[in-house]
Design a protein around this ligand. Structure first.
Ligand SMILES: NC(=O)c1ccc[n+]([C@@H]2O[C@H](COP(=O)([O-])OP(=O)(O)OC[C@H]3O[C@@H](n4cnc5c(N)ncnc54)[C@H](OP(=O)(O)O)[C@@H]3O)[C@@H](O)[C@H]2O)c1
Length: 270
């Protein structure tokens, strides 16, 4: 994407700020970024921290802008109402959870140029895993523009079926909380076997970080990685046996399944 293309954020909350930071860090011109938000306080923070343009009212469009819908999902229909008269061929990108392309398209008078995305919380540190979806008919140039934006906050994955977004929500969307919960559990367990809180935090956190990085080369064979560190009769084998006997994989599977079910329900209610 041309780094000179104008990008308009509608909503300047947490996720918008993360993307703005990513864009600026990757050489996008601050003067080409506009944030429209209803809150003056929010706009002051954005203007002071990122030196981008801010406004409480929608700008006029000329055709080649990219508009990112970054408010809470329930606010998007009303925003589409204000946008629909002034669109020609701008790319609309939605980051709103649970809103389908057909909903947004309908609210925008059967508008065609839409990409739906699902970034995650770690966008704040440019490590988001962002899933993207668009209709087959969207031309490649628009897809490239969307991909370029989300590459500035991490990695991207294009989906071939919009219904997979609910599965994405249950893995990478909610996933950071699962990992934080696991880390918290490991720290507490460390304290129970005699470590100070700070010692347990350092050991557990560094172990999680190092293991996450190391696992990248073994993703298709994590079983081997587990057995490589579980020598017969050793300590790791004992712990893994407890996890297996308590059906750890099944617990994770049930947690993901219930997040997935909830994502489907939320999507159906919108
Ligand atoms: N946070 C995440 O980890 C995450 C992950 C994936 C997807 N998402 C999606 O990202 C979207 C934004 O989430 P967020 O956490 O960044 O939300 P947020 O922090 O609440 O930001 C939304 C901002 O939009 C403003 N706003 C409300 N109505 C508006 C309007 N009509 N025009 C312009 N601005 C308006 C809000 O102002 P007020 O506060 O004054 O209402 C607020 O500043 C959501 O749809 C969410 O589903 C978030």
């Amino acid at each position: 994407m041309s780094k000179q293309k104008k990008i308009v954020f509608v909503g300047g909350g947490n996720m918008a700020k993360a993307i703005i930071y990513g864009l600026i860090n990757n050489g996008y011109s601050q003067s080409n970024i506009l944030v429209v938000d209803t809150s003056n306080d929010q706009l002051d923070i954005i203007s002071n921290n990122y030196a981008v343009n801010v406004s409480t009212s929608m700008c006029k469009f000329n055709g080649d802008e990219i508009i990112i819908l970054a408010t809470k999902p329930h606010q998007i229909e009303a925003i589409c109402e204000t946008l629909k008269g002034s669109l020609s061929q701008q790319l609309i990108i939605s980051i709103a959870a649970g809103l389908s392309i057909s909903n947004i398209s309908k609210w925008l008078n059967d508008y065609k140029y839409i990409v739906r995305t699902m970034p995650n919380l770690v966008a704040k540190i440019q490590r988001s895993m962002t899933a993207l979806y668009c209709k087959d008919t969207l031309v490649q140039g628009y897809k490239n523009d969307a991909e370029d934006i989300f590459n500035t906050i991490g990695k991207v994955l294009w989906l071939n079926d919009e219904s997979k977004i609910d599965a994405v929500t249950s893995i990478s969307g909610s996933g950071p909380a699962y990992i934080f919960y696991f880390l918290d559990s490991l720290i507490e367990a460390g304290e129970k076997v005699g470590l100070d809180r700070e010692e347990a935090e350092l050991l557990a956190h560094e172990t999680l970080l190092g293991s996450a990085i190391m696992s990248e080369s073994y993703l298709d064979d994590l079983g081997t990685l587990v057995s490589n560190v579980s020598s017969k009769g050793g300590t790791t084998e004992q712990a893994i046996n407890v996890l297996k006997n308590k059906n750890f994989k099944e617990i994770i599977s049930q947690a993901v399944a219930s997040a997935f079910k909830r994502a489907v329900e939320i999507g159906n209610n919108r």
